[in-house]
Unconditional design. Structure first.
Length: 274
């Protein structure tokens, strides 16, 4: 799948897959029975556990051992510029609250950027036994309970009223209240709305044909860097507000026929502000 791609990408992909595998095993097998909150972020319910921190240290340490000149941007504090032109964007545990409660929808998300563009992406969902990956220009793929690698392709576009769309809610009370108001206006116009709790998994589910669309406000680069590339390589469209790229204001991803009407509704409903 990578014969005509940049010669560096297969090595980056292999390293990302190994780092995601090891971090996923640490999180799955090393979760203590008395798992505790290490600190909070945007609000008292936006939590970080000791395992988030341990997983990020594992990922950055492994990558730095192989590629000491690369940069990092990690949710739990990893930040360095690097000199190679490659930066790793890492969410060591996307879906921390799910993980804290023992719910299965959480993931390890690792992306490699070259000159600001994501070129390699891996999302591991250990409790599903699935790992999704993509190289820019090389399609999106997954491994799981089936034999070998499976090429991912988003669903054939349904009419908006038949679209199954996922979203997420912020941990700041005022923001999530507004998000609930937007969802209440949107849901009568769709088949239904889901809320999984991991942006990376939602984007991979879109890539795998399990959703027709996804949107969320307030995401950071590490939340979407890997999932965005996987969704796009599977044929989905991604963006933010009208004419913009995904951002903390708004991230929208959907099958080609659902993307534009969903994005316009979200703009009309003011999904990007209070």
């Amino acid at each position: 799948m990578t014969e005509t791609l940049h010669p560096q990408y297969p090595d980056l992909l292999a390293l990302a897959r190994e780092a995601a595998r090891r971090a996923g095993e640490l999180l799955r097998d090393g979760r203590p029975a008395d798992l505790a909150v290490a600190r909070t972020k945007s609000s008292p319910i936006d939590v970080v556990t000791e395992m988030d921190i341990a997983a990020e240290k594992l990922i950055t340490g492994l990558i730095a051992d192989h590629r000491p000149d690369d940069g990092f941007l990690g949710e739990e504090g990893a930040s360095s510029g690097g000199t190679s032109g490659i930066r790793w964007v890492i969410d060591p545990l996307d879906g921390t609250v799910n993980y804290l409660y023992g719910l299965p929808t959480w993931s390890v998300s690792i992306a490699a950027e070259q000159d600001g563009e994501t070129v390699v992406a891996v999302v591991a969902a250990p409790m599903r036994g699935e790992t999704y990956h993509a190289v820019r220009g090389g399609g999106a793929w997954a491994t799981g309970a089936w034999e070998g690698e499976r090429a991912l392709s988003c669903r054939t576009s349904a009419p908006l009223e038949q679209a199954l769309v996922s979203t997420g809610f912020n941990y700041v009370t005022e923001v999530r209240t507004h998000q609930a108001e937007v969802a209440a206006r949107l849901i009568p116009l769709l088949r239904d709305i889901r809320r999984g709790g991991s942006a990376a998994v939602d984007l991979c589910d879109l890539a795998a044909g399990r959703l027709d669309g996804y949107y969320e406000r307030g995401l950071n680069a590490w939340d979407v860097a890997a999932g965005d590339l996987i969704a796009r390589e599977a044929g989905a469209l991604t963006g933010g507000r009208l004419g913009e790229r995904p951002s903390s204001d708004l991230t929208v991803a959907a099958t080609p026929g659902v993307f534009e009407p969903l994005q316009r509704l979200l703009e009309d409903f003011g999904a990007w502000h209070d």
